[in-house]
Design a protein around this ligand. Sequence first.
Ligand SMILES: [Zn+2]
Length: 325
Amino acid sequence: MSKIPFVVRIDNAPHAVAEQVSPTIQRVIANNPSKFTYRGTGTYIIGDTNVVVIDPGPLLDSHRDALDEILSNRTVQAIVVTHCHADHSPLAEWLKTKTGAQTYAIGPHADITGLDIEDFEDDPDEDSQDDAEKTTVSDEPRETIDVAFQPDVIVKDGETFFDSHGITLTAVWTPGHTSNHLCVAYAQEHALFTGDHIMGWSTTVVSPPDGDMRSYMASLDKVINRKDAILWPTHGAPVTEPIEFLQAYRQHRLEREQQIIDALQIGPRNIQELVKEMYVDVAKALHKPARRSVWSHLIKLHQDGVVVVANGSDPKLKSLYKLKT
Ligand SMILES: [Zn+2]
């Protein structure tokens, strides 16, 4: 299958307008740029008159009003949610009420009450970041969870859950970014909507306790083996050479894992120390989410029997880690 003949803008893509990004796909980018969302959340609309909407997006008046306008005179047949982060699912309820369409997802967000969501205190070092950066990015080290979302239809991995008006959609369960993360295969264009499993501009945040690096790596392999012609991430540009891109994406994770092992060869380290060493070239604003990513690698290495916690406890965000001897 040849490359799509459309020039798909992203760095300067407009907010709150429908861009025709393929013969049957439109994208509407919400005006919620951040360190997690890049230009903003991309809501996808598949079809012409009878459409399916993927990830209606955040509770943002300008985005809701744009969708209201763009979807007027069209019939929304289904609303699909890739996962329950606050930039993806919250407008699903409004769209469902407005259109009567059912919502589809792997499930609600996992219940993480009682699980370890600890974090570090603010690091005085990070206050030195420049003011411009501070005003454009959130200080929140994690993505906000939309705990209220409950799908009408729970889809199963591998299930063709929608097949109508020339739109055939199959569920590809891809736990890792969240345990309920869903990618959506669109048969007519050999395309995969990848939510936050694959980003078009950056690597994905894998943040414990619900984020899980071991699952994430298995889900990457699952997508590599599918051989889709194109990937449509919620954030960033489409991926038009999926195999090369995904292999590089996977390799990047393996290199991060090896960096951790190399650092621990020198001696025991905590996560703050590891991040300072490993992310020396990365903006300090990204160090907080990076700590959670390194934590997810350490949990995996702990499960793999490569790393232990110095005091023998479970792998926590503030633990001291060393290589298993
Ligand atoms: Zn997310």
